[in-house]
Ligand binder design. Structure first.
Ligand code: NAP
Length: 251
């Protein structure tokens, strides 16, 4: 886990659920929880909150042990409360651990961010953050409201590594969360293959471990048990500083 600016903690490795629908969403999330994932990433837009809610209800794991994140579609700006209430109903929970603005509504969406802060104050969302925000948009939010997003979820991979972006987030206490870690990568890149071989791991596992070394949250998605397991099997090795630097240099 890493600690968010509001003092709560987020598991660094989560399970992504974009494009998982229906039975496959229920089964994949159930498998992920069995394997050990305790952080689920969904969104109103993914149209799978109902299946995730069913998996959460059936898994037998206490609600407080699972970190659940969902997102407001920007075209629901103005309908924040109703949208969150619908998410909570579908997810069969009284609160989400993290609620994100999925993309910036026109500009930085100051009124939406104020609504987020209000709903967080009521306990419906434990932490609030944003997604797909530029550094300038993050600063605009903070300047206008004094409320720092706990997280910015953006597309991230070794091939998109951007030290300035990471440092901008860190300096403000915003935890960077990467999405599409595998889709945005070249999984057979020789640098990744060489490091993977040295650790008896796969390039995919090296990419996920690299996120952990940087304390960047990562949320790989898979619909297959074997990959769901492999993507979680990254806690028994560590990258050396030179290896982290070599992966950074892929961008
Ligand atoms: P991803 O997790 O990088 O990659 C998923 C793809 O990689 C799927 O096609 C999956 O196929 C395959 N895969 C998974 N594990 C693999 C492995 N070990 N080896 C080879 N291939 C593997 O991409 P993503 O779903 O775009 O991103 C992850 C999560 O981030 C999403 O699910 C979503 O929760 C979030 N996200 C957020 C935004 C945003 O705007 N905030 C945008 C995109 C994504 P199989 O399923 O067939 O295994």
């Amino acid at each position: 886990t890493v600690t968010l600016t509001d003092g709560r903690r987020i598991p660094l490795l989560g399970f992504g659920t974009w494009q998982l629908r229906g039975r496959s969403a229920y089964e994949s999330v159930t498998t992920a929880l069995e394997v050990g994932y305790r952080h689920l990433d969904t969104a109103t837009r993914y149209r799978n909150e109902t299946q995730i809610g069913a998996a959460l209800a059936d898994c037998g794991i206490p609600r407080e042990e699972i970190f659940v994140a969902t997102k407001l579609p920007p075209d629901e700006a103005g309908n924040e409360r109703r949208t969150l209430e619908r998410s909570l109903e579908a997810l069969r929970t009284d609160y989400v651990d993290l609620w994100l603005v999925h993309w910036p509504p026109k500009g930085a969406g100051i009124p939406t961010w104020k609504a987020f802060a209000e709903l967080a104050g009521e306990g419906l969302a434990r932490s609030i953050g944003v997604s797909n925000y530029s550094p300038a948009q993050i600063d605009e939010l903070i300047d206008a409201t004094g409320v720092t997003p706990a997280v910015n979820q953006i597309k991230w991979s070794p091939f998109l590594f951007d030290r300035d972006r990471l440092e901008h987030s860190r300096a403000r206490g915003v935890v960077l969360e990467g999405y599409s870690p595998l889709r945005a990568a070249k999984l057979d890149h020789p640098v990744l293959e060489e490091i993977a071989q040295a650790h008896g791991k796969s390039p995919t596992q090296v990419i996920l471990r690299w996120h952990l070394e940087h304390e960047v949250v990562v949320i790989p998605k898979s619909a297959r048990r074997q990959r769901i397991e492999a993507n979680f099997d990254v806690f028994d090795f560590a990258l050396r500083n030179e290896e982290v630097a070599a992966v950074d240099a892929l961008s």
